[in-house]
Design a protein around this ligand. Structure first.
Ligand code: HAM
Length: 419
């Protein structure tokens, strides 16, 4: 029987992991530069956590979650995003008591049963950040600036920051009625998907991917023109803060987002270098979620971004070719009898912190030299009867061909100095 990875999942092979590690390291550095600390949460949670936070009527909860019943009869779900889990952990561990503004980041797998295509997977990886405990629009601006800073750190400048305000329950409910009234006039011409949304979530019709829907809704009223004073003020102050921080953005009244928890700020960062799945980042403010999940009323804002989509952009860039991992030293064995010394020398090198490889397949000396080359070892020594007798080796630098005669003790010191 032949097994294959599940559709929409991907093996990250040894040739690719170096790039992933480099990207993760850069993300961590930027997050820490902005004083966000890492949080890690379990890969599965109670299903109701996601249903409650993301929204029962969203695509994610309605048709994309990997949910299962465990042996004790509990309904569990592989996390489709991180915000709900982070807020659950924030409440459970009383994180707000330690710091009035809790700033956390994550790099984590996430799972959604979507139709796989370029940039859309069923197991993907998100990096993101959440600032919990502050209502000021400057924090929204910081979150947007942080997400943009990560792309800039990789030399990616060609992206668009699109911001909107989705208001609060006060102004949004009033607006929804207005929007519904407007859309009802064209409802029979809308796509089937949008017709369904007219009752459940009419605002999502505005960010429908269907071209005809976009034409039909071109003059629909927008939330950003119907905000209450508080939300309007917040949106204006956010733009002021973005200007101060030098973040270029466009106001796009059609950014609605596919998760229900947003209030006030909603934003996306998109890239033309991606195909139809062009969203690099999605985020916004969610002031009601902590209370909704059983905590004290606490405002919060955050973002998440797809790792694979960042990598898709990076892979097009020449300067992102990473060094492959290679040993500093390859120790070859001149004959069968010297193999024991090779083994003990390799152990001594590793104890001294020198990355070292030998030929585990006991091949001929010629084959061992070919292997050292293939492994791209920086240095090679050959150990045989003579070397054991004289307690010296000839260390050859592969790139230059330079040779150095050294005792076994000197060998460690020499290579340590080359680290
Ligand atoms: P989201 O827009 O659902 O937001 O996802 C954020 C990002 O994750 C997307 O912009 C995209 O880059 C990536 N992504 C989503 N689904 C897939 C997929 N199937 N395959 C590959 N990449 C994908 C959230 O998840 C919110 N939790 C963001 C947030 C954090 N809002 C506030 N705090």
């Amino acid at each position: 029987m032949k097994f294959k990875s599940i559709k929409g999942t991907k093996d990250i092979l040894p040739d690719e992991t170096r790039l992933w590690q480099l990207v993760e390291q850069n993300i961590r550095e930027t997050m820490e530069l902005f004083n966000y600390k890492e949080i890690r949460t379990p890969v599965f949670e109670e299903t109701s956590l996601f249903a409650r936070s993301i929204g029962e009527l969203t695509d994610i909860v309605g048709k994309e979650m990997y949910s299962f019943t465990d042996r004790s009869g509990d309904s569990l779900t592989l996390k489709p995003e991180m915000t709900a889990s982070v807020i659950r952990a924030y409440i459970q561990h009383n994180l707000g008591e330690k710091l009035p503004l809790t700033k956390v980041y994550y790099i984590s797998p996430a799972f959604r049963q979507e139709r796989p295509q370029a940039g859309r997977l069923r197991q993907f990886h998100q990096f993101g950040a959440e600032a919990i405990g502050g209502s000021n629009p400057e924090i929204d601006a910081e979150i947007i600036a942080l997400s943009a800073a990560i792309y800039k750190k990789f030399g990616i400048q060609e992206f668009q920051v699109k911001i909107n305000s989705v208001g609060c329950p006060v102004c949004r409910n009033e607006y929804k009625e207005k929007l519904k009234e407007h859309l009802t006039k064209v409802s029979d011409k809308l796509s089937i998907e949008s017709q369904k949304r007219l009752e459940t979530n009419p605002m999502r019709i505005l960010d429908s991917k269907d071209e005809n829907d976009t034409i039909l809704t071109h003059d629909a009223p927008l939330m950003m023109h119907n905000l209450c004073d508080e939300c309007k003020n917040h949106f204006e102050k956010l733009q002021e803060a973005l200007n101060i921080l030098g973040i270029q953005y466009v106001v796009d009244g059609r950014i609605v987002r596919g998760l229900d928890y947003y209030t006030k700020t909603a934003y996306e960062i998109t890239s033309d270098e991606l195909g139809s799945q062009n969203a690099l980042v999605g985020g916004g403010r969610y002031d009601l979620l902590v209370k909704e999940l059983g905590g004290k009323s606490t405002p919060a804002v955050g973002f998440a971004a797809g790792m694979e989509r960042l990598l898709m952009v990076l892979e097009k860039r020449e300067n992102m070719k990473t060094d492959t991992q290679h040993p500093k030293l390859f120790i070859a064995s001149a004959d069968e009898l010297s193999y024991k010394k090779v083994l003990s020398e390799a152990a001594r090198m590793r104890d001294a912190g020198i990355a070292c490889e030998i030929d585990w397949l006991r091949r001929s000396l010629k084959a061992q030299m070919r292997e050292a080359d293939r492994q791209q070892a920086d240095f090679v020594v050959v150990i045989g009867e003579e070397e054991i007798k004289t307690n010296t080796v000839v260390l050859k630098e592969m790139k230059s061909g330079n040779q150095n005669k050294l005792s076994f003790v000197e060998l460690v010191n020499f290579l340590t100095a080359k680290k």
